[in-house]
Design a protein around this ligand. Structure first.
Ligand code: RIB
Ligand code: CA
Length: 312
């Protein structure tokens, strides 16, 4: 069994998504087959351009990018321009984009890639789960080809959009519902741990010392991301949410997960989009998810630094 994990990264870059892309593209433990984009932090057009910007910056134009669905399955579209800015990746000065998006739709790419694969593929989602939800509905036969779903999203405690719901889930609760009930193992990196990996100024200074193209981009991304996170949530550093998925794949010991039964609230009440995680298994329902409950913060930044150092 190879210790290289084949993944498709489905994302809505987004500052923290951009760091996740750099980690996934650079790690020898991960084979990044392709990137599919979501409408989320910004519109699909902007998040797709942002994925190209990051890949071009790190010199990985060989990784294909497929534009995904233009909005969620049922609810109205949301964005997070207050955090990620008008472009969705405000802050860094990127050169003109010369890379091009693939013609094929992201959902088609996911279905075809999974169906053609000899071995199971890990689906990593760091944005709303629309593309994966649609792919499962389009071709249910892909489910057995999914090794696992590793997502940044949800929380077993408080949300960040409403008191109940986290952004990636509430952007498309119905898609999340499909993914959490598809029968494949779900590894949920929720706000419970991502809010513990705050990119405080000392961390930025530490990464700045690396002095390569990846760390330079990291520093410029964090200048914007940390400012808006402080303005809106009062955090001393931006919570580096999305890289938790990739760090866990690279170094599983960094994050502790607890098996739980999780349901997605798709009723249209106050808790719409909540990940209801049965922490104590009081309901004695079947386990469908592994929910992150702790993170070794020091090791997390060690892994981030190690992976950024791989770039020239
Ligand atoms: O709630 C945080 C999540 O929403 C992160 O993935 C961030 O990039 C946004 O997509
Ligand atoms: Ca994201």
């Amino acid at each position: 069994m190879s210790d290289i994990t084949k993944i498709i990264l489905d994302c809505d870059p987004g500052h923290d998504d951009a760091v996740a892309i750099m980690l996934a593209a650079g790690s020898p433990k991960i084979e990044l087959l392709g990137i599919t984009t979501e409408s989320g932090n910004q519109t699909i057009e902007k998040t797709s351009r942002n994925a190209l910007k990051v890949l071009q910056w790190i010199g990985r134009g060989d990784i294909p990018v497929y534009m995904g669905c233009k909005g969620p399955m049922v609810r109205e579209k949301m964005t997070a321009a207050d955090i990620h800015g008008e472009t969705g990746l405000d802050g860094p000065a990127f050169p003109e984009i010369t890379l091009k998006l693939q013609e094929k739709h992201a959902v088609q790419y996911i279905v075809e890639t999974l169906m053609a694969s000899e071995e199971p593929i890990t689906m990593v989602t760091t944005g709303p789960m629309t593309n994966l939800g649609m792919a499962i509905r389009m071709e249910p036969a892909i489910v057995e080809k999914i090794d696992k779903i590793v997502l940044m999203g949800g929380s077993y405690q408080n949300g960040n959009v409403t008191p109940a719901a986290e952004f990636n889930i509430i952007c498309d609760p119905e898609a999340a519902y499909i993914c959490f009930t598809c029968g494949r193992p779900v590894y949920m990196m929720g706000l419970d741990i991502t809010r513990k990996v705050l990119c405080v100024p000392e961390v930025v200074e530490r990464m700045k010392k690396i002095g390569n193209k990846a760390s330079d981009l990291f520093v410029d991304l964090m200048a914007h991301f940390c400012r808006t996170q402080k303005e809106i949530f009062g955090f001393p550093g931006g919570p580096l949410h999305d890289p938790c998925t990739i760090v866990w794949l690279i170094a599983p010991d960094v994050i502790t997960l607890k098996p739980m039964h999780t349901t997605i609230d798709i009723s249209r009440g106050e808790s719409y989009g909540r990940t209801n995680c049965d922490f104590f298994n009081y309901q004695k329902k079947s386990i469908n998810s592994n929910v992150a409950v702790a993170v070794d913060v020091d090791r997390y930044w060690d892994v981030i630094e190690e992976e950024l150092r791989r770039y020239s």
